[in-house]
Design a protein. Structure first.
Length: 111
């Protein structure tokens, strides 16, 4: 379990950031909401090494927080990004969210 969870945390950190040159809907709301999404994703990255090895309760808590933040960040990305960038980034978010949900269901019941 430890290796699988560590791999997932690293995967989440690597795939969730929207590229700076991504196609974006040019509106105040999208600029604001994508900035918020970027802050949420940045928080995921900052938490990457915040749990001690063997602390599965802490790792489950981290994954739950990451899931919440990624779920909140996904919506403005889907709404405000365009073209290939949108498809690629939203698909990566969906895959990571699915992976986290799977790991939580398999390894974090009662933790």
């Amino acid at each position: 379990m430890s290796r699988q969870l560590k791999h997932l945390v690293l995967l989440v950190a690597l795939v969730t950031a929207a590229p700076a040159d991504a196609g974006v809907v040019d509106s105040y709301e999208c600029r604001r909401d994508l900035a918020m999404a970027d802050q949420l994703v940045h928080g995921v990255r900052l938490r990457e090494n915040s749990v001690q090895r063997g602390d599965f309760v802490g790792l489950c808590r981290l994954l739950r927080q990451n899931l919440a933040d990624m779920t909140r960040a996904r919506e403005p990305m889907a709404r405000c990004m365009t073209g290939h960038d949108r498809g690629e980034n939203v698909a990566q978010m969906d895959a990571s969210i699915g992976d986290i949900r799977y790991v939580l269901a398999q390894n974090c019941q009662g933790r």
